[in-house]
Design a protein around this ligand. Structure first.
Ligand SMILES: Nc1ncnc2c1ncn2[C@@H]1O[C@H](COP(=O)(O)OP(=O)(O)O)[C@@H](O)[C@H]1O
Ligand SMILES: [Mg+2]
Length: 345
């Protein structure tokens, strides 16, 4: 695993605060000007050559502030990789402009100067197959003249026992960890990670997020990550940008987005089977649940008021109360009419 790292990933990134003076998220974007690490405007990209043209990006704007974690979400083929590669400066958009760390990505001279301040993990990293993990990372250290010790980084990404293995002998998930280690090697202020967790198990995923948070704390690093795993993004990103067919279809802090799009909440609880139930206004449904209890489920537009009413009506006889929170997955379905589940990118 990723070494002995304390799990301090919050249940909801939007509620996290980084010290008393600097809360993160949209609130401080509005109240104080923040240094932008990424500014992209009007990005369009069309692939030609095959039987048909593919409009991979159809006018995308995106900005990322200092210290911000932004998740680019969308199904397979949505344009996430095209977008992140345009932001990294390794792919030219047909039209539009990108500035990262103040440098215009079309300006080779300026890009060369800032190259050491950013870290990139490509989706399909073509790592040199015949080199070992340690050899690749040692090369990386020379490029960046960083103080980070190679062996420590190999341990941090959880492949200490693979240090002298050739890349070609590593699993997909282990190669992903090497790619992330390479991205972190230069102690970057800005990181781009394209689906870095797709082949990792849940524990390794948490550990990866922990590493990225540590980098944020140390350097005020900004992170742009693409994923098709909405649940993960909802938990860890300050802001998400949902794209579909090359367009941004929703953007914001996960909690705020969900609040905007879903006003009602589903509540579930148990009551003694004999309890009178008159919650027709709330479309309550009930079913026997054994042990003399029934399970009740209802939908309400006023969760707070409904809770008070339920407490007054049923008091202690109501047990196992839960309120279902809407998810980004549900938001995606609502906005596009299609499910994201099961997609791979
Ligand atoms: N080099 C390429 N040449 C032609 N089509 C491409 C190329 N790269 C991506 N595409 C197409 O562009 C669309 C967006 O792809 P991509 O950016 O990889 O999306 P995602 O990362 O969200 O899966 C897809 O339809 C994909 O097939
Ligand atoms: Mg992709």
């Amino acid at each position: 695993m990723f070494g002995a790292i304390k799990n301090r990933i919050p249940r909801d990134a939007g509620e996290r605060s980084r010290g008393a003076t600097r809360p993160i998220g949209t609130a401080d974007i509005r109240s104080e000007p923040r240094e932008l690490r990424v500014e992209a405007l009007g990005l369009r990209k069309t692939y030609t050559g095959g039987a048909r043209e593919i409009h991979a990006l159809q006018g995308v704007d995106l900005h990322v502030a200092k210290g911000e974690f932004v998740g680019v979400l969308g199904p397979n083929g949505a344009g996430k990789t095209t977008l992140i590669e345009c932001l990294e400066g390794i792919r030219r958009p047909d039209t539009g402009e990108v500035r990262i760390l103040g440098a215009d990505t079309s300006d080779a001279g300026k890009m060369k100067k800032i190259r050491g301040r950013m870290g990139i993990a490509l989706q399909h990293s073509t790592l040199p197959p015949r080199l070992t993990v340690r050899e690749i990372l040692t090369l990386q250290v020379r490029l960046y003249a960083s103080q980070v010790r190679v062996d420590r980084m190999i341990d941090l990404v959880g492949i200490g026992d693979k240090a002298d293995q050739r890349i070609e002998h590593l699993s997909g998930g282990q190669q992903q960890r090497v790619a992330v280690a390479m991205a972190l090697m230069g102690d970057p202020e800005l990181m781009f990670l394209d689906e870095p967790t797709s082949q990792l198990d849940p524990h390794a995923r948490l550990a990866l997020w922990e590493l990225l948070y540590t980098q944020r704390d140390r350097r005020d690093a900004s992170v742009v990550i693409t994923t098709h795993q909405m649940e993960e993004a909802q938990r860890i990103c300050d802001r998400v940008v949902i794209i579909d067919h090359g367009r941004v279809i929703a953007e914001g802090r996960p909690k705020e987005l969900l609040r905007q799009h879903f006003t009602s909440r589903r509540m579930n609880f148990m009551l003694p089977i004999a309890a009178a139930l008159d919650l027709r206004a709330l479309n309550a449904r009930s079913e026997p649940a054994g042990n003399g209890m029934k399970r009740v489920s209802l939908q309400t537009e006023r969760p707070g008021a409904t809770l008070v009413e339920l407490a007054q009506l049923y008091g202690d006889s109501m047990i196992d109360l839960s309120v279902e929170e809407p998810t980004l997955e549900e938001l995606f379905v609502k906005l596009t009419g299609t499910a994201l589940q099961g997609e791979t990118a």
